[in-house]
Design a binder for this molecule. Structure first.
Ligand SMILES: Cc1cc2nc3c(=O)[nH]c(=O)nc-3n(C[C@H](O)[C@H](O)[C@H](O)COP(=O)(O)O)c2cc1C
Length: 236
């Protein structure tokens, strides 16, 4: 049986609008049905996951929000968060993160991810042994520093002791299909379930198997997907 959603009492110190908003939020949280009719886990049963997005023109934001909705149907209690609103030091307290970021400028992080990127890359960045992560990058292979921000973050998290749950995916301009093919496997892996290699289609899409090589040998960065050759085929 579905438990009744908690209700903010009329005597609570909120305005009518605030009370209505809070009651709506609680009802949504406690609803057992998601919009697509699948049954979402109740909050007590969910696995916490933070989905962080770095996005300049909205692509990663859109994907992160979609991923949040999908995660909510798969036993997660997702918190989808703009990296610009995320205090970078909070990463120390996370258990599970899915990071979706683009690259801008000449291999730079998008504006909203700069503080987070710089915090992680700093010499005094904290150890992150308690963290499990997966990274999805969006980029454009016409730029020399293809997906540099995602590569750096992925590599740095591993260097700081975090556990990569799932190999990163570095997407080119046609990112929707590869990204949506990748995320179910990433979520399963973040939940601690075993996964098979993602089948991804499309154009230049790199799956990184040896991120430790990434930051030092940009030209040798990712293995163009021995696991999934069709995904690795560059467009030309
Ligand atoms: C001015 C500009 C600079 C960019 N620089 C890079 C780059 O250095 N490397 C890369 O892989 N992609 C680069 N891109 C491509 C974006 O990362 C790509 O369009 C991505 O989908 C944007 O996602 P977002 O809307 O979430 O920021 C650049 C795009 C623009 C418009």
């Amino acid at each position: 049986m579905t438990p009744a959603a908690p209700h903010i009492p009329d005597t609570a110190p909120f305005s009518t609008e605030q009370r209505a908003w809070l009651n709506g939020m609680l009802a949504g949280l406690f609803s057992s049905q998601s919009a697509d009719g699948t049954t979402a886990a109740s909050p007590a049963e969910t696995t916490a996951i933070t989905i962080l997005f770095g996005s300049q023109s909205g692509n990663c934001e859109t994907l992160a929000k979609k991923f949040g909705k999908l995660a909510a149907t798969q036993g997660f209690g997702p918190a989808v968060t703009d990296l610009g609103d995320y205090p970078p030091e909070n990463i120390k307290g996370e258990s599970r993160v899915l990071i979706v970021t683009s690259t801008y400028g000449d291999g730079e992080p998008p504006d909203n991810a700069k503080a987070f990127h710089d915090f992680l890359l700093a010499e005094d960045a904290p150890r992150l042994e308690g963290l499990t992560f997966a990274v999805l990058g969006l980029g454009d292979s016409s730029y020399p520093d293809f997906n540099e921000c995602a590569k750096r973050i992925d590599s740095r998290l591993e260097t700081l002791g975090a556990a990569r749950a799932h190999e990163s995916l570095l997407c080119d301009v046609e990112f929707e299909d590869p990204a949506e093919a990748w995320v179910p496997g990433a979520l399963k892996a973040l939940q601690g379930k075993s996964v098979e290699s993602s089948e991804v289609g499309g154009q230049k899409t790199e799956i990184s198997h040896q991120p430790s090589a990434i930051s030092h040998q940009p030209s040798a960065i990712s293995h163009r997907s021995a696991a999934s050759p069709s995904a690795a085929a560059p467009t030309s």
